[in-house]
Design a protein around this ligand. Structure first.
Ligand SMILES: Cc1cc2nc3c(=O)[nH]c(=O)nc-3n(C[C@H](O)[C@H](O)[C@H](O)COP(=O)(O)OP(=O)(O)OC[C@H]3O[C@@H](n4cnc5c(N)ncnc54)[C@H](O)[C@@H]3O)c2cc1C
Length: 382
């Protein structure tokens, strides 16, 4: 029988193998503690940077390691297999903050921030959501007003991953409120700027190894050169360009689902009831088969979207389909994994409980399932 991912190149298989080894040594052993203590292992950033993983998919002339979107999808799956929370912190840094900087930043900003960020020496965050603006980006109330050679930013951001640990933020702010979505611009804000503060850390149900905060901007002045992309167009441009986030979300969901599936497969062979392994009961066998099938279908959709992006083909629909399918499948798979583990899976020290708390966020972030369905419907001509 062929390997299900027989289409991967030798280099991609080697990348996958090396990542599995890294994750099993450096991430899996600390995943439960980081989750319990709501603590991000900062030392992973320079370590992943030194190994070239943070630069995956970024051009070498800006300090990246080269490589493809498919390489990046492989990275995301493997990191999330070890810890959804740790993977989330890396993802926000790479797929949102660094990707926006790479796509739209000036040469000066790239040199000053992107190269050190890809080495893991600086940590980025993506400051988009607000109390009144989640799915509805047009309601963003944070204002950036041009004043001479600067912009003055006022407002607050909520639910910002990496907020407490970041060195720089990519902030989505309104430069023309009357134009709503078409009046949004992106700014790089250094976290030591006067007028910026982290208002407080937020505690979460899942992905607890990632740190999250509310951020406040009070007359925070940034140079006009910190504008990323077009004024009044930066955010819309980023929506069409930063499909990497949806591909990454799909890959994360696949990683968490695979961890839950593998644990369930092993448990089903080990756990004896009525004198036989529970995996010999048809109801359990069929449930586990459905998990394996959903993971492989999700991975094919995810890798298709990544390869379309690598070939420069339109891939918005593919990225949305991959994200929608993989994230909803992950929630179903993890629920079944807990079910088949019985009470043992329900205990606080069971990794299944962590997967159960982690999985739901993938359906909410990067555009919820409803927003993905809306995007796909538009692509289908509805
Ligand atoms: C763990 C975690 C990490 C996060 N990290 C970041 C981060 O780093 N940076 C950042 O900017 N944000 C972050 N967020 C916030 C994230 O961007 C928002 O959760 C997301 O945009 C959804 O917004 P909301 O939570 O306000 O939900 P809402 O927009 O209030 O949606 C609530 C419900 O209504 C549904 N809904 C909304 N509009 C429609 C519609 N038009 N049609 C049908 N249904 C609809 C949604 O699908 C959802 O089910 C994070 C959130 C979480 C949970």
């Amino acid at each position: 029988m062929a390997e299900p991912d027989f289409y991967l190149s030798d280099a991609q298989r080697e990348l996958q193998r090396a990542l599995r080894e890294f994750v099993s040594k450096e991430i899996t052993p600390i995943a439960a503690t980081c989750d319990a203590e709501e603590h991000y292992p900062l030392e992973l950033f320079p370590r992943l940077g030194a190994l070239g993983y943070l630069g995956l998919g970024f051009p070498e002339d800006v300090g990246g390691s080269g490589g493809s979107r498919l390489d990046y999808a492989i990275l995301c799956e493997e990191l999330a297999y070890g810890s959804g929370g740790i993977a989330l912190g890396i993802y926000v840094h790479m797929a949102l903050a660094c990707a926006a900087l790479e796509a739209f930043g000036s040469q000066h900003l790239k040199q000053a921030w992107l190269a050190p960020a890809l080495r893991g020496e600086r940590i980025g965050a993506w400051a988009f959501a607000e109390a009144g603006a989640g799915s509805d980006a047009g309601s963003i109330a944070t204002r950036a007003v041009a004043d001479g050679d600067s912009y003055v930013i006022n407002g607050s951001k909520l639910f910002i991953t990496n907020g407490p640990i970041a060195d720089f933020l990519i902030v989505v702010a309104s430069t023309a409120p009357e134009r709503r979505l078409k009046g949004l611009s992106l700014f790089l804000v250094e976290c030591d700027r006067p007028g910026f503060r982290v208002a407080g850390s937020l505690s979460k149900l899942g992905v607890r190894a990632s740190e999250m905060a509310e951020l406040v901007f009070e007359d925070c002045r940034v140079p006009a050169a910190n504008l990323i992309g077009r004024e009044n167009g930066g955010f819309l441009d980023s929506l069409s360009t930063l499909t990497l986030g949806r591909i990454a979300s799909a890959a994360f969901a696949i990683g968490v689902a695979r961890a839950a599936y593998e644990a369930t497969l092993a448990h089903a062979g080990r756990r004896i009831q009525f004198g036989q392994p529970i995996g010999s009961f048809q109801a359990v066998r069929f449930g586990i088969v459905d998990m394996a099938l959903a993971i492989e279908a999700s991975r094919l959709l995810c890798h298709r979207a990544a390869q379309a992006a690598d070939r420069g083909l339109p891939h918005g629909r593919e990225a949305s389909m991959a994200k929608l399918h993989a994230t909803e499948a992950c929630t179903r798979i993890v629920e079944r994994a807990l079910h088949f583990h019985g009470a043992a899976g329900y205990m606080s020290d069971s990794p299944i409980g962590r997967y159960y708390r982690d999985c739901k966020v993938f359906e909410l972030g990067e555009g919820s399932s409803e927003l993905q369905r809306n995007m796909i419907a538009r692509e289908l001509g509805l």
